[in-house]
Write a protein that binds this ligand. Sequence first.
Ligand code: SF4
Ligand code: SF4
Length: 443
Amino acid sequence: MSTSTLPTKPPAAHSHLKDLDYSVVQQCMHCGLCLPTCPTYDATKLERNSPRGRISLMRAIADGRLEATKTFADEMYFCLGCLACMTACPAGVNYAELFEHARAEAEQSGVLKSPERSLLRAFTLRWLFMDQNRLQMVGFAMRLYQQLGLQSLLRASGFLKLLPRRLQELEAMTPPVQPGFSSDLISPVTSAVGPKKYRVAVLTGCAQDIIFSDVNRDTVEVLARNGCEVVTPPDQLCCGSLHAHNGEWEMAQQLARKQIDQFPPEQFDAIITNAAGCGSHLKHYAKLLEHDAAYHHRAELWDKKLKDIHEWLAQIGIVPPDSAGVPGQTVTYHEACHLCHGQKITAQPRQVLRAIPNLTLVELPESTWCCGSAGIYNLIQPEMAGELLDRKIKHIKTTQATIVATGNPGCLLQIINGARSQNLPLRVVHPITLLAEAYRKTP
Ligand code: SF4
Ligand code: SF4
């Protein structure tokens, strides 16, 4: 009998969790040591809202004992992805990898699909964040809306009060757009101040380019002051962290390849990011591209060259500025989850702050506890994010600091909003901005 007449079994559908290296899936030994560090478990005391509970669900899917249901998907989106559980875990469970694959599994199953959600994801993840020109177009429109006074007018008119409560909350969170994008503020190549010791590239990011282009400019200035020639091409792209954290694996891979092409790692001593959430993702391109024969080797080199700005400055030795911008100020430091848990960078930002003369660093209680920003978590889980923000602001108040420093755009925005809603006279700023200001006062 000809084999062509035999019924063919359809190929098994790809499953992110079933296809994941089983040594990652079965690593958890259920000790529960991570539970007290998990903000969602702390809030609900429910096992399924804990790292251990979530890992059990993921393993059940990997083992074929459970299908990805809506409850599973909701649970994965209730998780902040803060990675505090990874810091606490004595068994070295790679929750970051499990979490990304679990969200990808949730997306692939389609259990969360609705026309509104599909439209929103298509607009943001597949259109807006795949091309920086589009993002700048939206940024430009927002800038006009803010600069022409339309935002203030709408807010003062009371019209916004007619909108549903959720829309009012979202409008209140609209970040102020900078008067110029990164390419307006930074030359494609900036020479080192004094002798050139290193050649580095700076990633200007996607949202960072619109909302915190001033931090990008400060980063380039600080690097130049520390003996680096800085390459900052104007036409940069999103690093793909937003896509990987939201289950869009293939788009994240596509963006990673483009980054490697734009910044060939062999041409730089370091590739610098000043955004903790991006850095945590950018350092794992080799894993993301492990099955890509053309890119995997270059991705390994990329991962080695990728440095958070604080990490790089501490590594090369910070050139101390001569004077602080404003003498006698007190600063406290909030640790972005993806810096302290994702990259284990805790001492270096404090080193940067301590290098600034006349600035006193006061430690923040629970400095490593998530502020609720967590990528777009504050947009999709406003209640939990709000509780975490209140907790953070309460601790900030106890320090009596006038400045809060933090190394991630999402945390900056979240704490700015928290301070504004309570009318606190707080300056919320990236540590690198404080260092850049001190250098500007240095002759
Ligand atoms: S990533 Fe954060 S919220 Fe999610 S399980 Fe771990 S500690 Fe909990
Ligand atoms: S994730 Fe780590 S700390 Fe948490 S239960 Fe599993 S082994 Fe224990």
